[in-house]
Write a new protein. Structure first.
Length: 119
């Protein structure tokens, strides 16, 4: 992500979050090699089976990417394979501080909509 043409991806690609994501990706790549499939298929199968996931969205730009992604919807990961990316992703993400709120909103009341009724 650090060499991405997207400024947003570059901004989000540094620090502990990027290190953690790269560690998870490394486990996914290793699992794909062991299982004889693609990292995309492993990643989609892993995410698909996470508690609380109702659907998985894909965004292929090529037929090859579509083929890799579709394989992830039928791939069954063995429990011992799932344990590695699960362990790498289980650590708490670093807390991000929210920006401070600057006083009452327009309209004179804290939490107000800032819209005044017409007189």
């Amino acid at each position: 992500m650090l060499d991405s043409p997207s400024p947003l991806a570059r901004a989000m690609g540094g620090g502990q979050t990027a290190d953690r994501n790269l560690e998870i990706a490394g486990h996914v790549v290793a699992l794909a090699a062991e299982l004889g499939t693609t990292p995309a298929a492993v990643a989609l199968a892993w995410v698909r089976d996470r508690p609380g996931v109702a659907s998985v969205l894909i965004g292929p730009r090529t037929v090859a990417q579509l083929t890799d992604s579709l394989a992830g919807f039928t791939l069954e990961l063995p429990p011992e394979a799932v344990a590695r990316p699960d362990a790498a992703s289980s650590a708490e993400a670093p807390a991000r501080a929210l920006p401070p709120v600057a006083g009452p909103r327009a309209g004179g009341q804290a939490g107000g909509s800032g819209v005044r009724p017409q007189e």
